[in-house]
Write a protein that binds this ligand. Structure first.
Ligand SMILES: Nc1ncnc2c1ncn2[C@@H]1O[C@H](COP(=O)(O)OP(=O)(O)OP(=O)(O)O)[C@@H](O)[C@H]1O
Ligand SMILES: [Mg+2]
Length: 416
């Protein structure tokens, strides 16, 4: 559901990532698209695997990113659309059927089908983030895209419930509110990244989006235009950097540089002949660096990247979405820029892989239009999205008053 504009007509996206925090402020253009007028980004502090681990440090980093975006656009913002990558976000599909009272199906019937199914059977500690209808059925006939205006006696709907650990959602919300910002809505990270990088045909025909960030790898499967499965793995580019730092006994900042400058997920024939400088931990700048063959660096990087794609493959196979998602994969996120990643993903997953960057938002410079900014751009795309996601402010599933997740569901709806 398209979100209401904020008071000054601006829409603000806040991507709280494990390695960087990024804020985009955008205005609506006459043709219905968004143009980014303010950008701020900042190294993250106080986060691990997408979740807040130090409230104070995270708050400072968020404020710094938001303040610089505000300075660029010359406006103060009050409300933000924020992503969620911590708290192990994941999907659960539920199937609901309700009798129809009127002849012609309208939005109220759909809303009733979704709300009548409540309370959904969610574990106590998980909070509901999105309630997304992925397909309808009238009188047992499947394959209905949009039942509005049609006739029938029974309406069935398959719903994708995206949930995450209640504690992670609560900590994220409190942290953003401590920055004097109201949360307009929370969007799961891979869902957001998909909205900014995928083309319509991919979403229709079936595609898997994999966002490899610093501390998490998030997955979203789209079919028939809807997100039908999401999952996440708490491993990302930071783990690759840490492996290099440990394996070569070099400081993390040097390991990070080595990874981006010389690193590759795939070996090449010249690797043994190319030598790279490796400063040792604890030695000052002037002391002589060790020289190691590039093959040693690749030998450290490749197994970790393979592990990430193997875990993605296992999760997808276990969920049954591996076959349903089709053969196309789009990789995005900062760590997808590592050389050889596309080829490695193609060989481990056995699918066609392309690299994705934000394509739907105007006003992003070269430096902020890359794959690391896919989630932030996607939060803006979410604001423009018309197919319903019944999780925003306007959603009305009745709460489950007695359960903790019922309360958090209620709390989410009341607050966002
Ligand atoms: N050119 C590059 N080559 C290899 N890795 C890169 C490159 N540029 C960035 N990275 C890696 O990308 C990671 C950060 O990606 P991104 O900005 O998408 O993460 P994040 O959104 O902060 O984290 P998360 O989504 O996991 O919470 C870092 O680990 C960084 O090392
Ligand atoms: Mg991210």
């Amino acid at each position: 559901m398209a979100l209401a504009k904020t008071r000054n007509g601006l829409i603000t996206a806040l991507d709280i990532g494990t390695t960087k925090i990024c804020c985009f402020i955008a205005e609506r253009v006459d043709d219905g698209t968004l143009n980014v007028t303010g950008i701020g980004h900042q190294l993250s502090k106080g986060l691990r695997a997408g979740a807040i681990t130090n409230m104070e440090a995270a708050e400072q980093a968020i404020l710094a990113a938001v303040t610089s975006a505000e300075a660029m656009t010359g406006e103060t913002i009050r409300e933000v659309i924020v992503n969620l990558s911590g708290g192990a976000p994941g999907s659960k599909l539920v199937d609901i059927e309700v009798p129809l009272t009127r002849d012609e199906i309208d939005e109220d019937d759909i809303r009733r089908a979704i709300t009548d199914g409540f309370p959904y059977d969610l574990p106590e500690e998980r909070a509901l983030i999105h309630t997304i209808p992925t397909g309808y059925r009238i009188d047992g006939s499947n394959g209905i895209d949009d039942p509005r205006g049609m006739f029938g006696h029974r309406l069935g709907v398959k719903i994708n419930l995206i949930t995450a650990m209640e504690s992670a959602v609560r900590n994220l919300s409190v942290c953003v509110e401590r920055c004097h910002l109201d949360i307009q809505t929370i969007v799961e990270s891979a869902f957001a990244a998909a909205l900014s990088t995928l083309v319509d045909d991919e979403m229709k025909l079936g595609v898997t989006l994999i966002d490899i960030g610093g501390g998490t790898t998030s997955i979203a499967v789209f079919r028939e235009g809807n997100v039908c499965y999401t999952d996440s793995i708490p491993i990302g580019g930071q783990h690759v950097t840490n492996d290099i730092a440990r394996g070569l006994s070099t400081p993390i900042v040097h390991a990070e540089r080595m990874k981006t400058l010389y690193g590759s997920a795939l070996p090449s024939q010249t690797d043994d002949r190319e030598l790279i400088d490796v400063p040792s931990v604890g030695e000052d700048e002037r002391s002589q660096a060790n020289h190691v063959p590039r093959s040693m660096l690749t030998g450290i990087i490749k197994p970790r990247m393979e592990e990430i794609f193997e875990l993605v493959r296992n999760r997808m196979e276990a969920s049954g979405f591996d076959r349903l998602a089709g053969r196309r994969v789009v990789l995005t996120g900062g760590a997808s820029q590592l050389q050889g990643t596309r080829e490695l993903a193609a060989s481990v997953l056995g699918k066609q892989v392309r690299l994705g960057r934000p394509i739907r938002i105007r006003g992003l410079a070269e430096a902020t239009g890359g794959p690391a900014f896919a989630t932030c751009a996607g939060l803006l795309s979410y604001a423009l999205r018309t197919p319903p996601d019944w999780s925003g402010k306007a959603s009305t599933p009745p709460s489950r008053p007695n359960g903790r997740s019922g309360r958090i569901g209620q709390w989410l709806r009341e607050n966002f």
